[in-house]
Structures are given as C-alpha cells and as structure tokens.
Design a protein around this ligand. Sequence first.
Ligand SMILES: *[C@@H]1O[C@H](CO)[C@@H](O)[C@H](O)[C@H]1NC(C)=O
Ligand SMILES: *[C@@H]1O[C@H](CO)[C@@H](O)[C@H](O)[C@H]1NC(C)=O
Ligand SMILES: *[C@@H]1O[C@H](CO)[C@@H](O)[C@H](O)[C@H]1NC(C)=O
Length: 247
Amino acid sequence: MKLAFGLLLHLLLSISTCTLGVQIQADPGVNSDGVVEVELDKVVSLVCEHVVKSEAGVELVWLRNGAAIQLKEGNTENRSVVCVTPIYDDNGATFTCHQRQNSTISSSVTLNVTFPPQLTGSEDITVEEEAEFHLTCDIWANPIVSNVVWTVNDSSVDLEEIGLQLTNDGFKTKLSTWKAERGRHEGAYKCSVTYFSEMYSKTFNLKLTDKTLKFPLMPMIAAIVIVALTLLLAIFSRWRMIMRCFK
Ligand SMILES: *[C@@H]1O[C@H](CO)[C@@H](O)[C@H](O)[C@H]1NC(C)=O
Ligand SMILES: *[C@@H]1O[C@H](CO)[C@@H](O)[C@H](O)[C@H]1NC(C)=O
Ligand SMILES: *[C@@H]1O[C@H](CO)[C@@H](O)[C@H](O)[C@H]1NC(C)=O
C-alpha cells in the first residue's frame, strides 16, 4: 500500500515536471523565484536537462538575455551544461534553455551576483584654500550597503559643523564643500562600510595649499583674438586699395 502510494506520488511528481519539458539546475541552487545567487568571480554551473527521456535525442539551446550561447558539440543533447564566471554585468542576467525544435518548451533562471564595495587604500588630495573639494567613495555593492560612516582623523565629527555636506545615493557617498578652510578641513577622511560583517574603507589625506591668483586666461584670449581680427581687417582693406591702384 505504502509502496503503491509512493509510486503514485512519484508518478504525479514526474507528470508535473513532465509538463515543464526542460529543467534547469544550478550549483549553488535555484530558489523558488528562479534566482541563482552567486558571488562575483565564483564559477556557477547551470545544468539543463530534458525531463522526458526520449529515445531520440532532444537538442537543447541556451540563451543569455535572449542571445544564443555557443555550445560545444556533445553538450546539446538531452543534457547541456553552461559554466558562468559571473562579472558585474551578469547581475540580473537571465539564462534560458529551450528545445531547439520548440522554443516554448523552455526554462529560465536569473543570476543574482553578489559583490562587496570596492573600497580600499588611501589617496592624497591637495586642494587650494578657498577652492571647492569633493571626496567620493564608491559604495556600490550587492546587496546594497546602508551603514556608511565617515571619520576625520579617526574620530567621528559633526560634518555639518565643519561646513561639509554629505550625500549618499546608494552608489556613492560624497563629502563636499565650496570653500576649503585651512584650520578646519585638513586631515585624514575615512569612509567605511560593513558588508557581511567585514569592513571596507578608503582614506583621503587632505592637504590645503595657499591660494594662487588665477591668471584670467579666457578674457586674455578674447582680447588677443579681437586685436588679431582688427589687424587682419586693416591689412585686408589696405591690400584691396593697393590692388585697385595697380589696376
Ligand atoms: C511546442 O510545445 C507546446 C507545449 O508542449 C505545444 O503546445 C506546441 O504545440 C508545440 N509547438 C510545436 C510547433 O511543436
Ligand atoms: C540578491 O541576493 C542578496 C543577498 O542574499 C539579497 O539581499 C538581494 O535581495 C538579492 N537580490 C535579488 C534581486 O534577488
Ligand atoms: C587632523 O590632524 C591633523 C594633523 O594632526 C591636523 O592638522 C588637523 O587639523 C586635524 N583635522 C581636524 C579636522 O581635526
């Protein structure tokens, strides 16, 4: 009885997968939404199998975002494997496997490529006094990080109080001001984020230099051009007069 029930269950399961025709399996697994979660640069293999075993081989085709993937010979019949080393661009990419004869018999998975923010090292920045400056940290990561902390000389400061504006759009976090002040703004600025209990940070060593008088380049060029044009015009009209003389 138990066996019969088990068999029936097995049959029912087979039937329910039969209707799919093709099925994709992945290592690591596919979740119920058809999403495969993978880390950047970590190889994932996607296995597509024709569920109904038939005598005649069934040709399988793979697509990435609708574009055909080149498959080696022997990797298309009844079972086909593609290996992906995910890059940033593969995040959200859809991989579809279908029968060559009938593209409606298909199955798809979407990649969710997780990656930490690219925050390391330090950068020396020199700014003139009274000039504007922007310190930008790239915090783009998947999943998104929200806990950004800025410190100055390794201690937390009230950024607004020292005249700095903080913006954060989920991709970049930025400290800026329109007017750098020597006593106020020099120091080591560090942005840090935590990504799965690991700390990522970048430091900017900000130095201020004396203000230099900017040479008014644009007005100078304009003046030179005007003078040159006037001269040219003068020569040209003279030349025409001379020409007329000779006629
Ligand atoms: C493709 O497969 C679907 C679903 O099994 C079926 O309804 C349809 O008739 C097939 N089309 C062709 C051209 O074989
Ligand atoms: C991708 O995976 C991360 C980590 O589990 C999760 O937080 C995020 O919501 C997933 N994104 C999508 C689009 O499924
Ligand atoms: C940070 O430290 C440097 C060197 O000790 C000092 O000159 C600067 O004023 C400090 N900056 C702030 C904002 O406290």
